[in-house]
Structure formats: structure tokens, C-alpha cells
Design a protein around this ligand. Structure first.
Ligand code: APR
Ligand code: ZN
Length: 387
């Protein structure tokens, strides 16, 4: 069938055998194997994945950087797009054939958090790195041919031709949108643009510093540019990131290794006392401190987007907050996925955010190990895997 989607009338309610990239242990090469994918249960959706890209969070999980993430065998991957193959009992808003993007931070719509305007957390389907099974019955929907269960990852597990997710973690996308570029809304772009729009609420004419110019940092740049920020300083230890950065809103670049003094001093000098907003997109404690000190006293705001490995503590003395600087973290750019992502997707289709720029490489799914190496080597922003 078109897009490799098997005929749903033949697969609905049945186990599907398909290919997935399995992680057997920390840092061990991905092995493409046949797996069995159970039908979706109550309030679940089974998706035929068409595209998946690789985010730094997949890299950290693969390397086993966080104890919470050490569960094997496991199917990683959380940035993807695809077509619904079938839905479980009770799913009303999604049907087979819908074009969808899975989200690792779901929105059930019913819990205390979903009903609260102030947060995009969700009690049932919010992001949870400790979760390795489905919330319904505490079981996995994946198994090896021998029957051994395979663990889920971040509510999504997209390194598989088919995956099963909570319906709270599925966002329906306009069928006219390019699924390939919409993949980026699944994590990196929404996280970065959303942090600039929903969390910092960047104002026109303001100054911004972004630490770490991967997809997340570049998405912050796109978001800040779209909001009319006039100075957007990109900080990265890999100078190869600056060319792409300049194409995506970065107006000034700093490589910390080119200076004896700390970066925050350079930034304060460049901006008459500090930037209005800084964004930490590297997941490094020392970088977070620099980001914090780069903002202007009195009103500077630092947003944490990077995932920091335990057991690091916030690299600040509480008294340093008496300068009037504020620090906050953001999950999924503050977007309530199900209710707000379709509109964000529309804005992207209208060109408010340039999605194409993020895709630097494309490879067949089978070359997933090569794709990880591109990210490790700092060569790719996003490598799109075609399933
Ligand atoms: N100072 C500045 N930049 C740094 C530093 C540093 N000390 N160390 C690393 N970087 C840069 C890297 O060179 C790279 O360009 O941070 C960037 C990180 O980008 P990616 O690895 O592509 O990661 P990305 O997918 O953008 O995710 C960024 O958000 O989702 C989390 O876990 C993820 O912490 C990671 C962050
Ligand atoms: Zn991610």
C-alpha cells in the first residue's frame, strides 16, 4: 500500500510483526530486528511510523546517562510522524488513516493539570523517563520473536515501523502538511520555539543569548527571530554550528574557547549589562551558570531546556536570585500538545518557522547507527530517518 502502510482491515486487532531498532544495552549498536507489536488497548493508538529523527535525549538514553533510562531491551526514539493504523476502545478524536505526530508529553484533557491553564504537565501521560510500559496495564506492547517484552521509551518509542502510544500522546496534523517536516514538531522545534513564545514571551526589540546550537537552540533562535528580537547571540563550542545559526536568526556568535574570560562577561559587554533572555540548550551545569549570569540584573530571564544528568544541583546560590534575575525550566516549550500543536503546525505551514533548515541529513531507517554518529560528531542538526 501507499507509504508502506499495510491494509488496516487486515491488521486491525491483530499482532503486527515489523522491524524495529532495538537497544540491548548502554551504547551498544542498534540492532534492526523483527518485533511483535500488540494491538492498541483502551485509549491507545497504533501508528505506522513514516519518519523519525534523532534528538539528543535519544543519545543520552542510548548511552545510559540517566539511571532512570537504563532499561533493556528497549525501543528508543520520540521525534516522529506517521499514519494511524488502528485505535483502541474509547478513542474518539483519532481514527485510522489520520496523519499524526506522537508527543512524549501527552495531554489527557481530564486531569487536574490538563484543566489548569498554567501548565502543560499531565498526570496520566506527561513526560516520565521512569515509565517503560503502558499506563493502562503496566505491560509492554512490544515483544521479541521469542516472547521477551521490549520496554517503551518516553511514551512514544518511534524507532519502529509500528508503535503503540496513549491517545493522549497523539496529535492530529493537517493531511496537507508535509509529514517529514512535521516530525520536528514532535520534540525539538516545539521545545525551542515554545520556550521563546510561551515561556519567555520574547518581546520585539529584545536581546537573547542561546547556549548550545543544536536543533533545540536553533529552534529558540527561530522563535526569537519570529518575535522580533534584535540581537540573538549564539554560544557554542563547535564553530561549525555558526553558519547554520546565522541562517536561522542568530545575529552574533561566541565560541567560549576563543576567550580567556567567562562568556557571561563577553555577553554583558556586548549588550550593555546583559541580555533580556537566555536559554540553556546544552544540558551542562556550568553552561547553565553562564547563561544565568549573562542576563541583565533586575529583569533577566533564563530558561532551561537542556536535560541535566543527575545528581547535579542548580549551580546558583539562592542569594544570586536577589539580583532580580529569574530562572525557569520548560517542558515541550510549554505547549499543551493536543490543544495547541495543531495551530502551531499551521503557523509552520505558513512559514512562520522555517522547518526545512533543521533537516541536515536524511537516511534510510536501517542506517540508524550512522545517524547517531552524525549527532555525536556534531555534524547533524536533525537527521531524518525514512521508514
Ligand atoms: N557551551 C556551549 N555549547 C555547548 C557546550 C558548551 N560547553 N557543550 C556542548 N555544546 C553544544 C554542542 O556543540 C551542540 O551544538 O550544545 C549543542 C547541543 O546540541 P545537540 O547535541 O544537537 O542537542 P539538541 O537535540 O539540540 O538538544 C539540546 O536539549 O533535549 C535536550 O537532552 C537534550 O540537553 C540536550 C538539549
Ligand atoms: Zn527530544
Amino acid at each position: 500500500m501507499e507509504n508502506g502502510l499495510r491494509n488496516p482491515s487486515e491488521t486491525t486487532g491483530k499482532v503486527i510483526t515489523c522491524k524495529a531498532a532495538i537497544t540491548w544495552g548502554p551504547g551498544e549498536p542498534f540492532v534492526i530486528e523483527e518485533v511483535r507489536v500488540d494491538p492498541p488497548q483502551k485509549m491507545e493508538v497504533r501508528i505506522k511510523i513514516l519518519f523519525t529523527s534523532i534528538c539528543h535525549t535519544d543519545l543520552s538514553a542510548w548511552q545510559g546517562e540517566n539511571e532512570a533510562q537504563r532499561a533493556y531491551p528497549r525501543i528508543l526514539g520520540h521525534e516522529a510522524s506517521g499514519i494511524v493504523e488502528s485505535v483502541g476502545e474509547g478513542v474518539m478524536d483519532i481514527k485510522k488513516g489520520d496523519h499524526v505526530v506522537p508527543i512524549f508529553n501527552g495531554e489527557c484533557g481530564d486531569c487536574l493539570y490538563c484543566k489548569c491553564e498554567k501548565t502543560n504537565m499531565c498526570e496520566r501521560a506527561g513526560v516520565n523517563p521512569f515509565m517503560t510500559v503502558m499506563v493502562n496495564d503496566g505491560k509492554s506492547r512490544f515483544s521479541c520473536k521469542e516472547g521477551k517484552p521490549i520496554f517503551h521509551f518516553l511514551n512514544t518509542s518511534t524507532f519502529s515501523e509500528y508503535t503503540v502510544v496513549e491517545s493522549a500522546c497523539v496529535v492530529k496534523i493537517d493531511p496537507d502538511a508535509s509529514l517529514k517536516t512535521m516530525t520536528l514538531l514532535s520534540c525539538g522545534v516545539s521545545t525551542g520555539v515554545g520556550a521563546a513564545w510561551n515561556i519567555a514571551n520574547v518581546k520585539a526589540g529584545s536581546t537573547v543569548a542561546i547556549f548550545g546550537l543544536g536543533a533545540v537552540g536553533l529552534a529558540v533562535a527561530e522563535g526569537a527571530r519570529a518575535r522580533g528580537a534584535t540581537k540573538i547571540i549564539g554560544v557554542d563550542i563547535n564553530p561549525n554550528k555558526f553558519t547554520k545559526g546565522r541562517a536561522m536568526g542568530i545575529t552574533d556568535t561566541i565560541n567560549p574557547r576563543d576567550f580567556e574570560k567567562p562568556v557571561h562577561e563577553c555577553i554583558r559587554e556586548m549588550t550593555g549589562g546583559g541580555v533580556d533572555y537566555s536559554f540553556e540548550c546544552a544540558g551542562i551545569s556550568e553552561v547553565l551558570r553562564e547563561a544565568f549570569l549573562s542576563t541583565h540584573e533586575g529583569w533577566g530571564l533564563t530558561v532551561i531546556l537542556g536535560i541535566h544528568t543527575s545528581p547535579k544541583m542548580l549551580p546558583l546560590h539562592p542569594m544570586e536570585l536577589f539580583t532580580g534575575r529569574v530562572i525557569i525550566a520548560s517542558v515541550f516549550g510549554g505547549f499543551k500538545g493536543k490543544t495547541q500543536l495543531p495551530n502551531f503546525a499551521k503557523e509552520c505551514m505558513q512559514g512562520v518557522v522555517n522547518l526545512e533548515e533543521f533537516i541536515t541529513h536524511e537516511l534510510p531507517f536501517e542506517k540508524i547507527n550512522e545517524a547517531f554518529q552524525l549527532l555525536i560528531d556534531g555534524k547533524s542538526v536533525r537527521c531524518m530517518l525514512h521508514l
